[in-house]
Design a protein around this ligand. Structure first.
Ligand code: PLP
Ligand code: COI
Length: 361
């Protein structure tokens, strides 16, 4: 059944940033530090479904101290970007894939599924209010963060019957302060992120909470990200704290870990498609850390990279911990950077969008 249309009530922010303040922020946005003037808010209840869609001034959300999200972490989110094209128009990238993933996350967390049409409408509504916040400098974008959580106040452990969905937006430059310099990655052996049957494939706050102490360990060892191994055997690659991982082989294969406890990345899926378009073979399968060590030593693995919405594509230089060190080759013309160039070319309208991935907001 098609969802019924939502009519958004719009309240303009009377205290919006001035154009000068906004331009100052857009000149050097960093990542996730500044927020636009508006946000989207849609309510859901078991008896009323999705209702009361609003665009309202960005600001604090009032919740009851007994709201179940604060106790039982019933929460999910998404991340995608709005890009300013040279003609001034604003596009996003594969939003129906983010909508579908939000629905899968919702199913795992016993939250209501937001119909794809409402998801895309919510992005359009926010962009209509905050279009001036989409930056135009090279490699900048407006990061969109849809999220949903259990707002009902009660302390029994059960799925909430009252939930809210929001979208906020934050102008974004590079996620890593070093730009696209090869990353040093910490291989975590003490901590795992998610296990078989758990929530690893859902984009939910708990998975990120589980990654923080490992990420702290990475930072204490001068690494920018952490790589997790599987929880059962501690042998197979999973993913980084906030991005997927890909290996490139001498015989033109792109290999990425397969597991039911990692997030199915939309950037990853897109890069594998672009790789196949170029004649690369793609493999999604279990990859052991031993295979990586031996593959680099024998010259079979010629490159590794991290990918995700925030990080785009960033080469991996080193994978290490106290017991192991793998130095990946960083070729003069890395496949990772050429895939990055093609992907961002499509996202910013410089390269033909042969797969119909971009959507006007
Ligand atoms: N894995 C994790 C844990 C992430 O947080 C992300 C980022 O969203 C990804 C993978 C990559 O997903 P996507 O490419 O859809 O952003
Ligand atoms: C994203 O890439 O959208 C994420 O959610 C990852 C996080 C590191 C910001």
């Amino acid at each position: 059944m098609a969802p019924k249309d939502l009519t958004f009530a719009v309240t303009r922010n009377e205290n919006a940033k001035t154009p000068e303040e906004r331009e100052q922020i857009l000149a050097n946005p960093g990542f996730g530090q500044f927020f636009t003037d508006h946000m989207v808010d849609i309510c859901w209840s078991e008896w009323g479904g999705w209702h009361r869609p609003r665009v309202q001034p960005y600001g604090p959300i009032s919740i009851d101290p007994a709201a179940s999200v604060l106790h039982y972490a019933q929460e999910i989110f998404e991340g995608l970007k709005a890009y300013r094209w040279a003609d001034g128009s604003i596009r996003t990238f594969r939003p129906e894939a983010n909508a579908a993933r939000l629905q899968r996350s919702a199913a795992r967390l016993a939250l209501p599924e937001l119909p794809t049409a409402h998801f895309i409408d919510s992005l359009k509504q926010l962009i209509q209010a905050d279009a001036d916040w989409v930056p135009s400098a090279p490699e900048t974008s407006l990061y969109l963060r849809p999220f949903m959580f259990a707002k009902e106040a009660f302390l029994g452990v059960r799925a909430a019957k009252k939930v809210n969905y929001y979208v906020i937006a934050s102008p974004a430059g590079a996620y890593f302060t070093g730009g696209i310099q090869p990353l040093e990655i910490w291989l975590s052996t003490q901590y795992t992120r998610a296990g078989h049957g758990g929530m690893g494939a859902a984009k939910t706050g708990g998975n990120y909470a589980a990654s923080l102490v490992a990420q702290q360990e990475a930072a204490a060892n001068d690494c920018q990200q952490v790589l997790f191994l599987d929880a059962q055997e501690g042998k197979y690659l999973e993913e980084l704290g906030g991005m997927n991982v890909v290996l490139v082989t001498r015989d033109s294969k792109l290999i990425t870990p397969e597991s039911d406890s990692i997030l199915e990345g939309i950037t990853l899926d897109s890069l594998l498609q672009l790789g196949r378009d170029r004649g690369y073979t793609t493999e999604q399968r279990r990859v052991s850390i031993d295979e990586v060590r031996e593959g680099v030593a024998s010259g079979e693995i010629v490159e590794a990279f991290a990918c995700g919405t925030a990080a785009v594509v960033t080469p991996i230089g080193v994978l290490r911990n106290a017991d192991l060190r793998i130095d990946f080759p960083v070729p003069a013309e890395p496949v990772s950077l050429s895939l990055r160039e093609e992907l961002t070319g499509i996202q910013y309208g410089r390269v033909e969008d042969r797969h119909g991935w971009t959507v006007r907001l």
